[in-house]
Structure formats: C-alpha cells, structure tokens
Design a protein around this ligand. Sequence first.
Ligand SMILES: [Zn+2]
Length: 676
Amino acid sequence: MKDFKRYLITAALPYANGPVHIGHLAGVYIPADIYVRYLRMQAKDVVFVCGSDEHGVPITIKAKKEGITPKDVVDRYHEIIKKSFSDFGIEFDNYSRTSSALHHKVSSDFFKTLYEKGEFIEKTTEQYFDPKAQQFLADRYIMGTCPKCGNENAYGDQCEKCGSTLSPTELINPRSTISGEKPLLKETSHWYLPLDKHEAFLKQWILEENKHWKVNVYGQCKSWLDQGLQPRAVSRDLDWGVPVPVAGAEGKVLYVWFDAPIGYISATQEIRPDWETYWKNDDTRMLHFIGKDNIVFHCIVFPSMLKAHGDYILPENVPANEFLNLEGDKISTSRNWAVWLHEYLVDFKDQQDVLRYVLTANAPETKDNDFSWKDFQARNNNELLAVFGNFVNRVLVLTSKYYGGVIPQPNDLQDIDKAILAEIGNAKKLIEENLEIFRFRDALKEAMNLARAGNKYLTDTEPWKLQKENPERVKTILNCCLQVTANLAILFEPFLPYSSKKIRSFLQLDSQKWSDAGNCEIMKAGNHIKEPQLLFRKIEDEEIAAQIEKLHKTKAEQAKTTNVAPQKQEIEFDDFGKMDIRVGTILEAEKVPNTTKLMKLKLDTGIDQRTVVSGIAEHYKAEEIIGKQVCILVNLKPRTLKGIESKGMILMAQDENGVLKFVSPESVTSNGADIR
Ligand SMILES: [Zn+2]
C-alpha cells in the first residue's frame, strides 16, 4: 500500500430523527473508533469527523406530527446522539451538524461550483402538488390505496403492508397528508447530477483500481454499475434544508443526499484551518465508515460529486458493514425494535466495553448478523469475565499476595516462559494484519487469544503450588504474567478503552503507544502495582430476562398500536368550539328492556337534569355507575332510541378490542364544568 502521510476518517452521519441504537454502533461507529484509536496510538496524523444529518423529509414529517418545528426535532436528537457517542467512547475530533451556518455555506458553494462548471442537467417533470397547502409533496407526504394489495394507507414511495416500492403516481385515490386534499400534478424543474456521465470513470476506478475493497462493498458497486447509472435529482421542493443558490430556485433546497456527505468537509473545516491538506492532497488516506445502505452514496454518488468538483481526493477505501439484527428481527426505529444506547447505559451502568466487545465480536462485517441478549450474556460471562478478566485478576491478586504489590525480579527464563512472551509479539502482528484490512472481529479474537494463552500459562505453571518450595521460580512466572497483562492493556486499547484504562491504573502505567506492544519489559521489577479490582462483573440471568421481557413488551405494544385508527382529517378550532361538552353526574341508570347494549341514564348536567340513552350496557352494570361523574356532549341534536328521547351523548374511550370506558374528570368537579 501507498505510504500515506495523514488520515481522514469519516463515519456516516446519523439521521437526526431518533436516538442511536446498537445497529448503528456495530455497523459504523465502533469499527471506525477502533481504527482511529489504533492510528492515534501510532501517533499518525488523523482527523476523525462525523455529525448529525439534519435535513430531509422524515424530519419535517416528525415535526409536523409532534406539532413542533424541524429545528426542534434536530436540536433534540443532535444532543441525544452526541451524548450517546461520547458515553460509548466514540472519540470524534468533531461531531458537527448539517444545520450549521458553515455547512450551509460549504454545501451551497459546492453546488455553485458544479452548477457553474455545467456539471448538472436541468429537467422539468410533473410532481404532485397540494393546492390547499400550496406546496409540492414529497413522496412521504402522499398517501393512497396501494395498487398491489389495496392497503388504503400506502405511502407515495412504499406500501408498508405488502412492502412494494411505489411511485406517487401509482397510488389510487392519492391524498396529501398535509391537508387531506387530492393533490394535482404540476410541473416543477430540478437539477440532476448525470451519474451516467461518470460511469466510465467509476468503472475504471472501482472495478479495476479498487479490487481490494471488501467483497460486500465491491459486489454492491459492481451490481449498480452493471445496471447502468441514471441522472439523480440534487434538489427538491421543500422548505427545510440548504436553499439552492441559483436565481429562480425559491422554495427549492439541496436534496439531503447531496448535502449530507459534504458535511464531512464542513466538519473538517470547522476544526482545522488546514482542512484542505486533508481533503485535497493525494497523500491523505480518506476512509468512509458506513453501513450497507450508504454504499451507493459513498462509492458512486459522492465520488462523482468530488470528481466533478475537481479539487478533492477520493476515498481510498469504504469499509462498509452489513446490518445487525436484534433477536432475529430487523432493527427498526419506527417499530421501536432496538436496543437504544442511552437506555443500555441505564441498565448496564459503566459497561460500555461489554457492548463494544459483543458488537465487535459479532460484527456484521461481511453478512447480516444477529444480536441476542443470551449471546451478550455468554460473551460477557464466558469470555470477558472468565478469560480476560480472570487472567488479569489472578495475576494482580497473586502479585499483591506474594509480594505486597511489588513487581518481582525474574530469574532465568524456561522454554514455557519464552513461549508465552513470544505469544505477545505474535498477537500484535496478527491484530495489525487484521486491522489493516478492517477485520475487526478477527483482530479482537487475537487479543482475546493472548489472554487465553495467559490463563493456560498460569494453569500449566501453577505458581500457587510452587510458592512454598520454589519462590524464585514463581517470581519469574509472575513477572512474565505482568508483562502479558501490560501488553493486553495496549492490545485491547482500541477495542475496550475503558478496561485498558483500568488495567493501566492497576499497573500504574501511563497511556501507551502501539509500538510498546511486544515489549516484554514494560513492568519494571521493584515498581508497585495497585490493589486489584475486578475488570468485569457477572451478568445474571435475571438481567437478561428483564431485557428480553422489555423487547416482548415492545412487540405486544406494537401489535396493539397497529390496530389504532389513523388520525382523522385536520379541523379548525371553530369546529371543535361548536361542541358543548360538560361534566355531569349519573343520577339514575337502568337497562333498556329487550336490548343488549342500551342503558337509559338520568344525568345532572349542571344546566338541567336530562335523559340520555347510551350503548354501554355490555360494559357497565347499572348499579355500578350511579353517582359517577362523566363527560357529556350536551348540544348534540336529540335522538329517539327505542322510544326514549336521548338528549346528548356520553363520551367513551373505546380500545382496539371495542371495550368502552367512561372519560371522567380526574377528581370530582362541579356539574356543568365546561370541557375545552
Ligand atoms: Zn400494498
């Protein structure tokens, strides 16, 4: 490989419409962080950037749903995401955000350069427009009947019931989710990046010059290129995003996929006055850590943008991972099927490294993989605790016990001692080889194998049996063990930084360089170590059962909410204001003869005493409800039911199984109290 002078490492910008979960961590951020720590330990020149992706339609939809602004949404999640990363030791040089003024300027300038160089084509197409809201509708703002399965609530881009990919014009009876109106087709013009124009270059660059890319990445790129590339719109009609910096483009913003990767550039500019050194010099090694859903953007689209611009370097590698599933099911933010990072740390306080370990040992590097709580427990108890933690603990405890914490002077080494010390250099070499080709699982396995070898060495040499008859021999054994322990702290540092820090503190060592690994004289005879503490704790069955229970609950709740009717069409406040709803007390109640559902009630409404017939007889007994305060719509036109005039309607909550419950004031209030 070329001798690079510096590294520019980017990690996919998480979308700021929800918190981050284990899938994000396993796919992108842990591998990126491991690699960066490994580089930093070698004192390489590294810039590691990321940030929140804060534009795009899903954010505007979420804002609308919650009655807040898109800025409120991104402000909330930017903070949550940023904190989760920091809590898990993902040490970016800059975690920025695409709503920043600087990013707006950088991405706007980038567009302008391409525009002025004639790198875009302009096309006019017909798109759905909401005449009432006076705006073009993004696919997700259009709903209608799925032409494939008849689901009445299919989206403009997808039917979630049958999974079909749709285009808005395929929907039967389309409606705008903003106003409920039937949308009209209207002409709009947009700029497109003609990817087809870059096809020859991409084929040469990826298929010929980048054969060293991971198989899953190379394969996906090849399949895109084999299908032939199409021009892709870089702008859209929306009021949230980076405005298109061209006269006459009012109401249009940069498409989120266009501005998001430029976020890497602005995040670098934000912290480095010399940012151009990183972005524009051939001797920079740029690596994009991403998940598989982003391969096309980082291998085909963004490189085409960079190439069209002309000033920038291209990524040297794009080590994308596949997806992590959870307990056999696809992780889903909308279905809440996830282990959220901020929740994990509440249940497993200070156990970042356990999750970092499990997600690396089980990383979806070449194919999708599954996270299960049982596996999490097994890996903690059988590997971290029983192998790594156990070795370190035994070494420290014996050193304390035999020598009061003073590192013993070794005597002549026997073959078995030489063999364990040789294992250190061997492990280092294998870890390096694997890290260089982004095989994090295998690299971690090699570090663990060194701890395993340490345990075997202790078992084979049995210092606890020799201490009485041959204390000099035990000094040699424990000195060797301490050298292994110090090396484990270095070799595990990229993967388990919190545990390495603890070991270094036990051993009274400062932070160490990667090049120190393999040194078998790190621990100097005569120096002191500290009183040992456990590195890991056992994870009990009950803790795992609680996590699984939590997931089952989520599933049950989700099953319920899918039966909840969608929200009705928006109304004006005046429509609501017309309803006169009061608190009343039930004075009398009797079942209406020869009916199953109806009950005749007499109520004191504060205004009067009146009779209301209500369909609650299957849900309440007459004697239970006398004296109860309920809510009644008093100005509903009277109706006659079974010969009884009913004046008004009692408000009831009906669940998905049709069970009725009164809506009552939280505590007793006066009859006639107005509900508003
Ligand atoms: Zn469908």
